[in-house]
Design a protein around this ligand. Structure first.
Ligand SMILES: [Zn+2]
Length: 245
């Protein structure tokens, strides 16, 4: 974390503090890991955007989240089902089915979550596996979405993208938390080379001790640092009150 703090100090003295935002995927129902995540965020005052799977979630999750002012709820596809053949990477929002079917499900997911999570709902789509076909992206503004969040570099300018960049989990290897030094180095690299908000990506249901410890260390090192701030997703999405061009 030392190099990370140094990098933050540089940004502080340049008068250009780093913006961090936290996205955590696959919320369905109240669980111990979800409570742990919410407690951790509460302790440090860090806002979190939960990508909730509409078809698999319901009112127990909504009541569990309702009391937290730090939580925003985004739409995580519809049912997190894979429609791609085994030869392709997993995808729910590709063109393996008719476009109208995919879009109708997203519209329903939007409506369901908006109704259940009212105040906490944000019109942000988080595609399962961070994959989505360009034709589906094109349809998003028409059904109410004002933003899209995937992983890595921005790949579309059809809609504002608020991406995540640092994945806490080693999906191809241990399927547990990645080593602290790797994660810290990645963040330092982003702090030094970008000016866009840095998105940290978690999956509370699969976090092991490594992942929890890293989050805790990152929060401890950053929340009170003048070179950093943790922003809610509402600060990064376009303001719906402003007329769009
Ligand atoms: Zn997911």
């Amino acid at each position: 974390m030392k190099s990370l703090i140094k990098a933050l100090e540089k940004r502080a003295s340049a008068g250009c503090p780093v913006q961090f935002w936290l996205r955590d995927d696959d919320a369905i129902e109240p669980t111990k890991p979800l409570d742990r995540l919410l407690d951790l965020c509460e302790q440090h005052g860090v806002p979190v955007t939960l990508a909730v799977i509409p078809a698999l979630s319901g009112s127990p999750l909504a009541s569990n989240l309702a009391h937290s002012s730090l939580v925003a709820v985004a739409v995580h596809g519809w049912s997190h089902q894979n429609y791609a053949p085994a030869s392709e990477k997993k995808q729910e929002l590709g063109l393996h089915r008719p476009l109208t079917e995919v879009v109708a499900e997203l519209e329903r997911g939007y409506a369901d979550l908006e109704q259940r999570h009212t105040e906490q709902f944000v019109p942000l789509l988080v595609p399962p596996w961070n994959r989505i076909d360009a034709a589906v992206i094109q349809a998003l503004p028409g059904i109410g979405f004002t933003g899209l969040s995937t992983f890595g570099a921005q790949t579309s300018n059809l809609i504002p993208m608020i991406n995540t960049h640092v994945d806490l989990i080693d999906w191809r290897g241990s399927r547990g938390g990645r080593p602290t030094t790797d994660l810290a180095n990645e963040i330092v690299n982003l702090i030094q080379n970008t000016r866009t908000p840095i998105g940290i990506l978690g999956h509370h249901l699969v976090h092991d001790d490594n992942a929890w410890q890293f989050l805790e260390q990152l929060f401890a090192a950053t929340v009170e640092h003048e070179g950093a701030s943790w922003v809610p997703i509402s600060h990064l999405l376009p303001d719906p009150r402003l007329p769009s061009e």
